[in-house]
Write a protein that binds this ligand. Structure first.
Ligand SMILES: Nc1nc2c(ncn2[C@@H]2O[C@H](COP(=O)(O)OP(=O)(O)OP(=O)(O)O)[C@@H](O)[C@H]2O)c(=O)[nH]1
Ligand SMILES: C[S@@+](CC[C@H](N)C(=O)[O-])C[C@H]1O[C@@H](n2cnc3c(N)ncnc32)[C@H](O)[C@@H]1O
Ligand code: SF4
Ligand code: SF4
Length: 335
């Protein structure tokens, strides 16, 4: 099958796949999960070997960037072996960039191993620098552990580390500049994210806490002069740099206020093996069935993936009025 096979109906070429390795997590972030969550039983979850087969199929079809996510990828047992296996794809196939999004809590233990295994980039979530508030937002997380994780990632020598902060009015919007200062102190990037309405959460009304990227940028610009970066990364973040030429960059992920679906280059595979063609829609194809009904048949797997591209919708239809159109939670999505 040809490498240029993955083009959708809107002319967008898919070169990026986000693979969820678990729906489980040691945190319960208020915007991501409800307090009481049930997780998938083991037999419904792809094995690491199956995830490897899916990754290989995508790379054969022209995918250049794989991001491992979840849930919390570092709570999946033996995830380091998956990282090494995918790291190897960079030398034998067309994979160019292997990355992970993590809450950072397990990084003190894993950072060196992941770096040695071929992981290129890490995105680490950090919504507050206040220990009590951090625990309120994550419900179970300890700030100190995550800061140690960020520092472990720095020491391990990752070429790029980016923090992610979901900004909620009245919850953590007063910390925007402090978070920027923290990123600058570590010489790492930071992206500010507009909350998306996935799953019914009980903690807050998403309409009440919505904080647009323009508002966040205005807060930062009271302290720092920002210049547009011009760099197109293939991801949803739109980056700015500091006029004082500091190495950190500031990104804004603005699904509500600056829709980026026109440039979408990505699909996701949930840990159940559901090829999800868009984060904000339910169009999907069951890859687990193909993997289990036709073990080892990579051609059939690739054919199924290519045919699925016709199902990719043009865009999401999220609104900020608190309406949840997607009942699927972010942790079950590979967000
Ligand atoms: N609407 C939408 N949001 C996305 C998409 N990809 C990532 N996000 C959101 O962007 C935020 C940060 O995601 P990350 O996992 O750090 O990935 P990223 O910023 O795309 O990272 P890069 O791979 O470096 O571009 C999360 O809240 C994601 O849910 C997407 O395709 N659509
Ligand atoms: C679902 S988490 C999975 C990876 C890892 N557990 C972590 O937190 O980084 C990936 C990213 O999605 C973000 N996220 C989760 N729920 C979100 C929501 N409802 N809207 C916007 N971003 C969300 C998190 O802040 C995190 O940066
Ligand atoms: S955002 Fe990440 S760390 Fe927080 S609950 Fe969701 S999966 Fe876990
Ligand atoms: S919402 Fe869907 S179409 Fe838009 S960028 Fe995300 S995955 Fe792509």
């Amino acid at each position: 099958m040809k490498k240029e096979a993955m083009v959708d109906r809107f002319g967008r070429t898919i070169r990026y796949v986000r693979l969820s390795v678990t729906d489980r997590c040691d945190f319960r972030c208020v915007y991501c999960m409800s307090e009481e969550m049930t997780f998938l039983p083991r037999q419904q979850v792809l094995t690491l070997e199956e995830i490897g087969q899916v990754a290989q199929a995508f790379v054969d079809l022209g995918v250049e960037h794989i991001r491992l996510t979840g849930g919390e990828p570092l709570v999946r047992r033996d995830v380091d072996s998956l990282v090494s296996q995918l790291g190897h794809l960079k030398s034998v196939s067309g994979l160019r960039d292997l990355s992970m999004t993590t809450n950072g809590s397990q990084l003190p233990k894993w950072a060196d191993t992941l770096q040695a295994g071929g992981l290129d980039r890490l995105n680490i979530s950090l919504d507050s620098l206040d220990p009590e508030r951090f625990t309120r937002i994550t419900r179970t997380g300890q700030l100190q552990q995550v800061i140690e994780g960020i520092d472990a990632a720095k020491s391990a020598g990752f070429e790029r580390i980016k923090l992610n902060a979901v900004i909620m009015k009245g919850r953590n919007d007063d910390e925007v500049v402090d978070l920027v200062r923290f990123a600058r102190s570590r010489e790492i990037d930071i992206s500010f994210i507009e909350e998306m309405p996935l799953g019914h959460i009980s903690d807050h009304g998403r309409d009440e806490t919505f904080c647009s990227s323009d508002e966040v940028r205005a807060m930062i610009e009271q302290q720092y002069e920002l210049l547009p970066c011009g760099e197109v990364t293939g991801g949803p973040s739109r980056y700015y740099r500091f006029a004082d030429e500091h190495a950190s960059r500031i990104g804004f992920i603005s699904p509500h206020s600056h829709n980026f679906c026109g440039d979408c280059n990505r699909v996701r595979v949930t840990v159940e093996g559901r090829l999800l063609l868009c984060l904000g829609n339910e169009h999907s194809v069951d890859l687990r069935q193909v993997l289990r009904d036709y073990p080892g048949d990579q051609e059939r797997l690739k054919q199924t993936i290519v045919e699925a591209m016709d199902l990719k919708p043009e865009r999401h239809h999220f609104t900020t009025d608190g309406d949840v159109q997607i009942v699927r939670f972010m942790n079950a999505t590979g967000g």
